[in-house]
Design a protein around this ligand. Structure first.
Ligand code: KIV
Length: 452
């Protein structure tokens, strides 16, 4: 075995668990009309993944699962039989999800499909934990835990423990493929403002989402989010207000404290709410100190450019990292009148560029650019050296931020062009609650096993 030159853990066991849980939700979402689903795992780690997925699917949905092992000689699939360890007739009209841990060339999965082509299954989907984006066979996974772009000399490996509770995926740089298994959970490398700058410098995009409570923050931190914003959008999505203006500093600190407790890796940035920094720089400093001291957050964010210069400088002088926010600044909604795209006209665009330069000169570690033309964001990006995080600002920035409830399909009425929905949780939650109501009414919940 050759020596490991360098290895990098891409997903720790918590993160892998989150990916598997997410895939389980997606499988349910795509198959919610089914009663059962077949998980066919490629012998080895693919089979272990199928068992983990089955467990998660059964915990997040009413679907029952059948787990099968697909055996083949991965090096000589044509010379060997491709078999499954169950009664093939049982698969008729069933939805099958073929699983493997890592999608390399796609050869194993392509041959692994063979037994299912001899029977009239309803559909076949493919789930992989890691997709290396190197397929040479015409395969696109239906569900991907983690997408990587690796060189051919890198070897990616996952390790699934027998007790199915922990699974590791590794990225290993080596001239030849090597087998390495890791049995210890490594230290989580926390995201800092310095790491964000490094990410920007090497062209790695920064993924940021909002969160306002412990449970959701735990999930998104485990799923690998880089920055969590405890946004004053909590005023809209958590409290049901029409604007961000009513939320108080105490309420922001409450949300931030819950988020910080959940987070192991992400940088936690907290919005200073409307009315707690505009009055004076002393007030801005006091608000920031309260946020940092009482919640344990890592940085604050405030809206505006030249108007808040003194406040930004004063907060920074106390050693508190500051993130700026330009473009559509929702705390000024009554000044703008609408939530439409900002800085389309030259004058406002020029002011935005000057404000961005000023915030960088003051020492902000990053700036959110909200709802501005992509060309303007690109221009700002070509001038500034600190990370720029866009929301409706196009692709030429260093990262993206979305409000979590919007991207998960919890908020239904908010449909701006920039929003991509990654799930339809409203349907999933509605389906689950309807089923629960039915079960309670029909007296089928709780059953014999669900009582003491
Ligand atoms: O409060 C918030 O959620 C925000 C994002 C939209 C950037 O400021």
């Amino acid at each position: 075995m050759s020596e490991v030159t360098e290895k990098e853990l891409i997903l720790d066991s918590d993160q892998v668990h989150q990916k598997i849980r997410r895939i389980a939700f997606e499988i349910y979402e795509n198959n919610f009309k089914e009663k059962s689903i077949v998980l066919a795992g490629i012998d080895g780690q693919g089979y272990a993944l199928a068992k983990l997925l089955a467990k998660e699917i059964e915990s997040v949905s009413p679907l029952t699962t059948l787990v099968l092992k697909v055996s083949l000689d991965k090096l000589a699939p044509l010379q060997s039989e491709v078999s499954i360890d169950g009664d093939i007739k049982e698969l008729k009209k069933k939805c099958v999800v073929l699983t493997d841990d890592v999608l390399n060339t796609g050869r194993t999965l392509a041959y692994g499909l063979k037994p299912f082509l001899n029977i009239e299954v309803k559909k076949i989907e493919i789930a992989v934990l890691v997709n290396r984006s190197h397929t040479t066979f015409p395969l696109t996974p239906t569900y991907t835990g983690y997408q990587l772009s690796t060189t051919l000399t890198e070897h990616v490996e996952s390790g699934v423990r027998k007790e199915v509770s922990s699974l590791f995926a590794l990225r290993i740089s080596s001239s030849t493929p090597i087998a390495v298994s890791v049995h210890q959970k490594p230290e989580v490398k926390k995201i800092t403002t310095h790491r964000l700058q490094e990410m920007k410098n090497r062209g790695e995009k920064i993924a940021m989402l909002t969160a306002y409570d412990y449970s959701m923050a735990r999930i998104i931190d485990g799923a690998g989010i880089d920055v969590i914003l405890v946004g004053d959008s909590a005023s809209n999505v958590m409290a049901g207000n029409e604007t961000t203006l009513p939320i108080t500093l105490d309420q922001m600190i409450y949300h931030a404290t819950s988020v910080v407790k959940a987070v192991k890796r992400a940088l936690v940035v907290v919005d200073i709410p409307f009315g707690y920094y505009q009055g004076s720089s002393g007030e801005a400093l006091r608000s920031s100190i309260r946020i940092m001291k009482e919640s344990g957050a890592h940085a604050v964010k405030l809206e505006g450019g030249i108007e808040v210069k003194e406040s930004v400088l004063r907060i920074l002088s106390a050693g508190v990292p500051v993130m700026g926010h330009l473009g559509l600044t929702p705390q000024s909604i009554y000044k703008f009148g609408t939530y439409t795209v900002r800085a389309k006209e030259e004058e406002e665009a020029n002011k935005l560029v000057e404000d961005a330069k000023l915030l960088q000169e003051c020492g902000c570690f990053g700036i959110v650019l909200e709802k501005i033309p992509a060309t303007l964001a690109k221009k700002v990006s070509s001038i500034l050296t600190i990370p720029l995080i866009g929301i409706g600002a196009g692709p030429d920035v260093d990262g993206q931020v979305l409000v979590m409830q919007d991207m998960l399909g919890i908020t239904q009425e908010f449909t701006p062009r920039f929003l991509r929905r990654y799930a339809d949780l409203t349907s999933i939650i509605t389906g689950a609650v309807e089923k629960y109501v039915d079960d309670v009414k029909a007296k089928s919940f709780p059953n014999e096993e669900e009582k003491y």
